[in-house]
Design a protein around this ligand. Structure first.
Ligand code: PLP
Length: 376
């Protein structure tokens, strides 16, 4: 099997896998217990928190918080529930038209419940309309939530610049970024980004599924979404999944080292070679977001009058995994919301997304290219 759908999920790193298994078997103590195996679990969790904090340059000693959640969807939902609280009617939310459903649909939920939502537009290259964003801000705006990297196209938002602009005119507005598709692909520094909340998901950077994290900036209040016991400093109840938490910390450390060692340069070179060949073989194809600042592992390509979903299924028969739109959308017949927002031409909108990771090599790309050549 050739796996080229790493924005949907990634294969667990073998070092992370071994650590995960070891902790699962050995460290079964409840982290709230006072006897040694409980204390050991607690220590493992705190050690992992430090690793994840380091990964995003958060300072736990100065009051920054990192809490572990079950996934990015939970982290994103938790931010909205916390910021909007119980008196949400009349509050104003700003998101973009191209957010992941875990942000897009929670905003829609609050809109239906009485909030006002502004959805910032993107241009044909997937670039956010920052002037519209600035013009939309007002005193009732409670939260601006914008993703760092788009999952379908890989287009990067300049969150650092956007936060600076927002803080200059509306310092009280809380800023959240969904950094799920950025993790391990580009450095994340919460001090540069200057956000109040940031979301991560383990399974997008070679940790297991079922583990996410939420960064909460020092001084920013947070009302828990899941209420119960005192776990996670009282901010997220539920017995901690120690093995997953440890795996996330391990994956964060490996990803950090990968960034420092320039692992992404090799992935980007492979992606660029693939795109060059795709354009040569299919001169009338469109690579969405190609003109924009994009992350180096993602290609979203539309082949004229070719149905991406059919292509995905035919490639699957040849043992090659790519997706059409996002994983969540890949079985849906309707065209991608993200590409619609980018005004993708109708003959191209049913595109495929190819997303690479450190697990891929040139022979994967060659196999994909020859299969596409045959099928198209
Ligand atoms: N945010 C983005 C940008 C994503 O790409 C995804 C997953 O595709 C999520 C959030 C949801 O992540 P999780 O599966 O951890 O809930």
């Amino acid at each position: 099997m050739i796996y080229l759908d790493n924005n949907a999920t990634t294969k667990i790193d073998s070092k992370v896998f071994l650590k995960h298994c070891e902790v699962l078997r050995k460290n079964y103590g409840n982290a709230s217990s006072l006897y040694p195996i409980g204390v050991e679990s607690k220590n493992l969790i705190e050690d992992s928190r430090i690793r994840v904090a380091k990964f995003i340059n958060a300072d736990l000693n100065s009051g920054d918080r990192v809490i572990f959640t079950s996934c990015a969807t939970e982290s994103n939902n938790a931010v909205f529930h916390s910021v909007l609280g119980q008196n949400f009617k009349g509050q104003h939310i700003i998101i973009s038209e191209v957010e992941h459903p875990s942000v897009y649909n929670i905003a829609l939920y609050y809109e239906e419940a009485g909030c006002e939502v502004t959805r910032i537009k993107v241009n044909t290259n997937g670039v956010l309309n920052v002037s519209q964003l600035m013009d939309s801000l007002r005193s009732e705006t409670s939260i601006v939530s914008l993703m760092m990297v788009n999952s379908e196209t890989g287009v990067l938002n300049d969150i650092e610049d956007i936060s600076k602009k927002i803080r200059q005119s509306f310092p009280k507005v809380l800023i959240h970024t969904d950094a799920v598709q950025a993790a391990g692909k580009t450095p994340i520094d919460i001090n540069l980004l200057n956000v109040d909340f940031l979301t991560l998901s383990g399974h997008k950077f070679h940790a297991p599924k079922g583990i996410g994290a939420l960064f909460i900036k020092r001084g920013v209040s947070f009302n828990p979404f899941i209420i119960g016991g005192h776990q996670e400093m009282g901010l997220r109840a539920g017995t901690e999944n120690v093995a997953n938490i440890v795996a996330l910390g391990e994956a964060a450390e490996i990803a950090q080292k990968g960034l420092e060692d320039g692992i992404n340069t090799g992935i980007e070179a492979l992606r660029d070679y693939m795109e060059q060949e795709l354009k040569r073989l299919f001169p009338d194809s469109i690579i969405f977001g190609e003109q924009s600042n994009r992350i180096g592992n993602t290609t979203n390509i539309g082949f004229k009058s070719v149905d991406g979903t059919k292509l995905v299924l035919r490639l699957a028969q040849k043992g090659i995994s790519v997706s059409s739109g996002t994983a969540c959308n890949s079985i849906s017949a309707s065209p991608s919301r993200v590409l619609s927002a980018m005004h993708a031409p109708s003959e191209y909108i049913r595109s495929i997304r190819i997303s690479l990771s450190k697990e891929n090599c040139m022979s994967d790309i060659q196999a994909l290219l020859s299969s596409l050549n045959e099928l198209i």
